[in-house]
Design a protein around this ligand. Structure first.
Ligand code: NI
Length: 227
């Protein structure tokens, strides 16, 4: 499993997540297979509210605003473009078998490279059984089931699946991000330097030292960024 996957606890405030979930309770979800390609189409059994739907746009904007406010997300993802959110609902018996997300997706503004995939959990974990996001790995699978508003950010080339829901209903919001820095290792290096800059600043290190480290960070970002 990639070490570049990360949980972002309460990226969205739990009460906001609950409000979004409630607002979408009667939304017109449709068969998710319509937007799956190749092998993913056979593996995909869920219902989706497409990004273009007014309800998805309204509540997706709330989620994008939360992303933009999150220093942790911005530091880890270095987003160039964040795709509009899709809402995915899994009823009992629904699942998404092991698959890879598409490397390039079409958008009204042209093709977008998916560097990062993001899931925001909206349902409370006790509202459903099963439905974990599962990432296979050499040391066994990693299973992720977040509380309302928790997010999981992972490189889009990660093999993953959603376990079958056996009780209740699972609602998540998903999106894909084209990063300014396509390489996961380079993003991790930049985020590590960013953490150190903040830690030095907090510890009261001399400004000149903090600035020197920030200069290194900026040099690497200029070198690695693809605008
Ligand atoms: Ni996927």
């Amino acid at each position: 499993m990639s070490s570049h996957s990360v949980t972002l606890p309460q990226l969205l405030a739990p009460d906001v997540a609950a409000r979004v979930a409630a607002a979408l309770a009667d939304a017109p979800f449709s068969d998710g297979r319509a937007t799956a390609h190749g092998g993913a189409r056979d593996a995909k059994r869920n219902q989706q509210l497409e990004p273009a739907h007014p309800l998805a746009r309204e509540h997706g904007a709330t989620l994008v605003a939360a992303l933009n406010r999150s220093e942790r997300f911005m530091s880890l993802a270095l987003p160039h473009t964040i795709l509009p959110f899709t809402f995915a609902q899994y009823e009992v018996g629904m699942a998404y078998g092991e698959h890879l997300d598409l490397p390039i997706v079409g958008t009204p503004n042209g093709p977008l490279r998916t560097d990062l995939s993001l899931t925001i959990f909206l349902s409370p974990p006790d509202a459903y059984d099963g439905g974990e996001l599962v990432i296979p790995g050499d040391d066994g699978p990693r299973t992720i089931k977040g509380g309302p508003g928790d997010a999981f950010l992972y490189p889009s080339d990660t093999l993953h699946r959603v376990a079958p829901v056996t009780r209740g209903q699972r609602l998540v919001a998903i999106t894909w991000i084209q990063s300014l820095v396509p390489d996961a290792e380079q993003r991790a290096i930049l985020a590590g330097i960013g953490d150190s800059v903040i830690a030095m600043h907090t510890a009261g290190a001399p400004d000149a030292d903090v600035t020197r480290l920030r200069q290194v960070q900026h040099k690497l970002l200029r070198r690695w960024a693809r605008a």
